[in-house]
Ligand binder design. Sequence first.
Ligand code: SF4
Length: 352
Amino acid sequence: MAVMDAPTTVDDRPGPTDTLGRAMRDLRISVTDRCNFRCTYCMPKEVFGADYAFLPRDQVLTFEEIERTARTFVSLGVEKLRITGGEPLVRRDLPHLIEMLAAIRRPDGGEIDLTLTTNGSALRALAGSLAAAGLQRVTVSLDSLDDAVFGAMNGIDFPVAKVLDGIDAAIEAGLAPVKVNMVVRRGVNESSLLPMAAWARETGVVLRCIEYMDVGHSNGWRLDEVVPAAEIVEAIAAIWPVEPAEPAYRGEVAGRWRYTDGGGEFGVISSVTQPFCRDCTRARISAEGMLYTCLFAVEGHDLRALLRSGASDADLGDAIETIWLRRGDRYSELRSQATSSLPRIEMFAMGG
Ligand code: SF4
């Protein structure tokens, strides 16, 4: 059994730490399991067709339940809330929820970091109202600037131009710096890497390249389709010299690289070849109120039952704290042939 390295830095701020000394600082909240895309690495259309039965409305947490849950997590030390899905912008009246979450304060009275991950398809329509409601930043998923390649990744031939227009709208609304997540899959879009890097340097968005991962149990993941982080950095550095940049905070997912010519920076998320579990401070809440302590979890903890059974905020807090104190997840460090057949929860069902 591989012995896990100690966390890189000690986090002595208040809040529970898990069995590996990791605090809970980052909550990803899935506000819907629905999505208008069918990205091959997340929700392949061969498995999740147009008639796929998503969660019935009454099983999805209400805005009040989401706000109460988020407020409880913040009282336990969470400092960053990331709104996800499925595709969060398909949830009706989302700016209203953003307004409710933006009002939450940390125990020391400080503001929380409130961000959102989207496929960008509805950003032109919503960027302004989301920013006005208190959203601070957005991350947009875009796997290529080439329509055919992007279509091969998103499964519905959604045009690149519409996503680019959404990114412009986000920048106009002040939701910057905009980060752009690009999943790199060998044999599909690795030829898009350098054009994406060039575009990001020109537009000032922060490109984050993601190693293709064995999330869920439906995307047919194969190791030989992973483009390792080292290869990604090497390809970019061959054109624009780079140097490593320090993480902005403990638990930051992406390894950061700075262009030495002042052209900004990019990041690489290397869950497969350079796991970062020892600093993982992330919890996830699914649209139906399940708490997951790892992206590759096979089971979760039902908080909705507590929320709908009259439990107090203190009861809810105790339940969350007890779950976190017992946490020992480090899937990416243990990934092997043996783990490949595990019935992992689908990424879109827990918020990525
Ligand atoms: S594999 Fe699980 S424990 Fe490791 S970094 Fe990812 S979410 Fe965290």
